[in-house]
Design a protein around this ligand. Sequence first.
Ligand code: ADP
Length: 252
Amino acid sequence: FKRISTSSKSRDEIEQLGETFNEMIERLEENYHKQEQFVSNASHELKTPLTVIESYASLLQRRGASRPEIIEESVEAIHSEAVRMRELTQQLLLLARQSEKENLHISEVDLEAVAADAVENYRGSYHREIELSGKPAIVQTDPDKVKQLLYILLDNARKYSSDVIDVKIDTTETESVIAVIDRGIGIPEKDLERVFERFYRVDESRTRTSGGYGLGLSLAKDITEALGARITIESTYGQGTAVRLIFPVTSE
Ligand code: ADP
């Protein structure tokens, strides 16, 4: 503050500087708090599978030799918890890389072609019926990131519905939209505005079994924003969910 010469500044200006400074500190504190919360959530999520792995390993050590039936059960539990831990660490890594605003590779892209590609890959892995409709939609974006986004949204649609999933491309003069629509369990209205928060899950019991950590949509939001696009979610509890990726159309 030494460099601010009070004589050349009016009281108002100094007050304003003070306010700006306070706002900056508040924002820093908020970010710091979020970061702390994130680390604490991540550690908590990693602790659960670790505890299971530890106790089955010690059970194996103590009883494995004398009771062979324990071996199969323990190895299975250790394996499935290890898989969960790998999934979580992968998602955490993706989040960390995303916040570094890793180099994007922007080019002129046809969203319909990118979606067709992603849908075909996804169908191959999960054998789910996915219907793609729409016309070519040219925007400036990173096609790999768009695919990554679609995998996140298709994964959710697959986990929380059992019917056909629709992927629709729509274009207006100013925007191109990819919508991923399912007819699944939907999201209660009170939870809807929080689903983009890190580690937010609508219902622990329904997601614990399907393996979600509440990170998918928050990652999707980060990626969409990095691309200069928007993401919206609409849902009716018990009927289904529509998530839209909205890309601005830049006219030459
Ligand atoms: P997760 O990895 O747990 O699915 P997300 O961040 O992708 O985490 O989603 C947050 C929560 O929102 C999920 O736990 C789930 O309860 C809910 N959710 C997301 N997508 C859908 C969907 N298509 N249908 C119903 N619920 C959904």
